[in-house]
Ligand binder design. Structure first.
Ligand code: NIG
Ligand code: FE
Length: 396
């Protein structure tokens, strides 16, 4: 374990070059998981310009001496619901006392969001995004889905867009209590989509018993694709169902949760281009069985790990916690879990500029206060994030 503090710089502009030197372990996370020992990384502008052996690096304007620490790519948290107000701690406490999770709690947050000001919602997102940066996340996807009126969905997306280009229209989260299911589905696939599409990169639907059935989900997703949005699906969270197969059929970038999977679901994922995004914080916070990541990986499915940070099913913004849970509870090796939380998340967002430490990628780098990335799973709950660079700029 290194004893000296790593040297910290305050890089507030990225028109200077930065060398992170004396890296004990560099987790590259390219097409496969590889590690370089005694390495250095040169950043120029917002990009990685050089990766090689410590001591051999080109000169730079600024230096960080990692003093033997591990460096990993910034986490790509490809699934979150940060635009909300209030919390549902009472619902969590009731669950821990034995009550099961149901998607019904979503309506509580919808009510709070409709009554919240823009400033209150934006402040909530800002606070959670800061938390994420402090925990090593450098890219976050943010969904709407707690407004469920045209105006409230649109404002959620406008607020989210102030923090990330990875914005997702989730008008199809639940049917709000005041609405008729068929009329609401038509609204989500019609006028609400038209109003929201300019503010969103993606569309998502909660395809699950109690939310949207397969026909309703297909109608919404097909309309969203025609409006130019990429597709994502919440599927197979609460039980077996059609979400995974629908996501693959429509060429969605990702199907998220995947807690209950049949052999046919796994075969479809293995044959298709859809990433399976696993959200172990949800199983932790809802006391549900964890998905079997080892089964997916053995079948050749691309797996991502994300937080699903939301006030109901998982109010954690910590990707390191997700890595620890994936390793302890889902049959992933530390290497698989770290790859899935970085390169896997990038694939789930169809991004090839982030998620790995290779020349030309965005300089999203995390210096751990640990000699090895293994500590992410080995020391759960410990603040191991020493420094975070996002596009070459120091965020933490
Ligand atoms: O990803 N599954 C649906 N939506 C969220 C839950 C949101 C909530 O409970 O407020 C999820 O788990
Ligand atoms: Fe979610």
């Amino acid at each position: 374990m290194p004893v000296s503090r790593s040297r910290r710089v305050t890089v507030e502009r990225n028109d200077v070059s930065l060398l992170i030197d004396h890296i004990g372990e560099l987790a590259v996370c390219d097409d496969t998981f590889t590690v370089l020992r005694h390495a250095a990384v040169l950043v120029e502008g917002d990009r990685i310009a050089w990766v090689g052996a410590a001591g051999n690096a080109p000169a730079a304007d600024e230096y960080v001496d990692a003093a033997g620490r591990a460096v990993i790519p910034g986490f790509v948290d490809s699934h979150s619901h940060l635009v909300f107000a209030g919390d549902r701690s009472a619902e969590f406490a009731a669950r821990m006392a034995g009550r099961p999770y149901s998607a019904g709690g979503i309506a509580t947050t919808v009510d709070r969001v409709r009554n919240a000001s823009d400033v209150e919602l934006a402040d909530n997102v800002a606070r959670l995004v800061r938390q994420m940066y402090a925990q090593g996340t450098t890219t976050v996807e943010i969904k709407s889905g707690y407004g469920l009126t045209i105006d409230d969905e649109m404002r959620a997306l406008r607020i989210a867009a102030g923090f990330t280009p990875e914005t997702t229209y989730l008008g199809g989260h639940i049917v709000p209590p005041e609405a008729d299911p068929d009329e609401y589905t038509a609204l989500v696939a019609g006028p609400m989509l038209a109003a929201c599409a300019p503010h969103a990169k993606w569309a998502d639907v909660f395809c699950e018993r109690g939310a949207f059935d397969v026909d309703q989900s297909r109608a919404i997703l097909t309309a969203a694709a025609a409006a130019g949005l990429g597709l994502r699906v919440h599927g197979n969270q609460l039980g077996h169902g059609p979400g995974v197969q629908l996501a693959v059929e429509l060429g969605a970038a990702s199907v998220d949760h995947c807690t209950y999977l049949s052999d046919a679901d796994i075969a479809a994922l293995a044959d298709g281009d859809t990433v399976a995004t696993l959200l172990p914080g949800v199983e932790f916070s809802t006391r549900s069985p964890y998905p079997d990541a080892a089964r997916l990986l053995a079948a050749g499915v691309t797996v991502a790990l994300a937080s699903d940070c939301n006030p109901g099913s998982c109010f954690s913004s910590s990707v390191p916690l997700m890595i620890a849970l994936a390793v302890r509870e889902m049959g992933m090796t530390v290497e698989q879990a770290l790859w899935s939380a970085t390169a896997g998340g990038a694939r789930a967002l169809r991004r090839d500029d982030i998620g790995s430490i290779t020349v030309g990628r965005r300089a999203d780098l995390v210096v751990l206060d640990a000699p090895s990335y293994v500590h992410l799973a080995y020391r759960p709950g410990v603040p191991l994030i020493d420094q975070v660079f996002r596009g070459g700029i120091r965020e933490w």
